[in-house]
Design a protein around this ligand. Structure first.
Ligand code: CO
Length: 226
């Protein structure tokens, strides 16, 4: 079986981390939809120019622009052994159109990975991240025992080196988090509806894993099924 994979999970579920692990193990590209947008817009392609008009107006880019962008990426040479697409589709409609277009283009879709995580926990995970000012590779998180910051002189500091901790502004923007999660957890038309669409059909094998577990445990659950 090939390794053409879609990965789903709410912001805060560790989806990007798991995607990177799968990429490394199978030596297939980990394609993030946001990066494809930036490439097209930055590169001034026809699709990029069209997309930019919508973005500049604050509108969502329609599927007849985004889907050809995704398909063109999946048809590149480096995708021959497989690919893992992350961040697309976001809605049920996009899922249906993507599945139809893949089929039309003769591209298989082998797996859908779903990282399942409670919405409240996902939010807590985003908001609890702390960055070490001295070293980006010193993870700290107020909600995880294993990487909890330590207290020094009445404040929390990096558990590895004792340096000050900061938060990323995006991680503390509750409105933005709620908006993104609102789209993700919408089971009628949103991303959860897209996942359910794949579950209901006879298409790809759907692998649902418990995202509340540790990174290693989530990886094991995915690898056991791939
Ligand atoms: Co540190």
């Amino acid at each position: 079986m090939g390794k053409n994979i879609l990965v789903f999970g709410p912001n805060g579920s560790g989806k990007g981390t798991q995607g990177a692990i799968v990429q490394k193990k199978y030596e297939i590209p980990h394609i993030e939809s946001g990066a494809i947008f930036r490439e097209h817009i930055g590169g001034g392609t026809e699709l990029g120019k069209k997309a930019k008009e919508f973005i500049d107006r604050g509108d969502l880019v329609p599927d007849d622009i985004t889907i050809p962008m995704m398909i063109a990426r999946l048809q590149k040479d480096d995708c021959e052994a497989g690919w893992i697409l992350d961040g697309f589709p976001r809605s049920k409609d996009q899922a249906i159109t993507l599945a139809e277009t893949l089929e039309k283009e003769g591209l298989a879709l082998d797996y859908v990975i779903e990282i399942v995580l409670d919405r409240g926990i996902a939010k807590e995970r985003i908001m609890g991240r702390r960055l070490c000012v001295k070293d980006n590779n010193h993870p700290n998180h107020i909600a995880f025992e294993a990487i909890k910051p330590v207290e020094k002189d009445g404040k929390l500091v990096c558990r590895v080196c004792g340096a000050d901790l900061i938060t990323r502004p995006d991680d503390q923007d509750e409105d933005a988090i709620d908006k993104r999660h609102g789209i993700y957890y919408d089971e009628t038309t949103g991303t959860m509806a897209a996942v359910n669409y794949f579950k209901s059909g006879s298409g790809p094998k759907v692998i649902s894993v418990d995202g509340s577990k540790s990174i290693g445990e989530v990886t094991d659950s995915i690898m056991n099924e791939l």
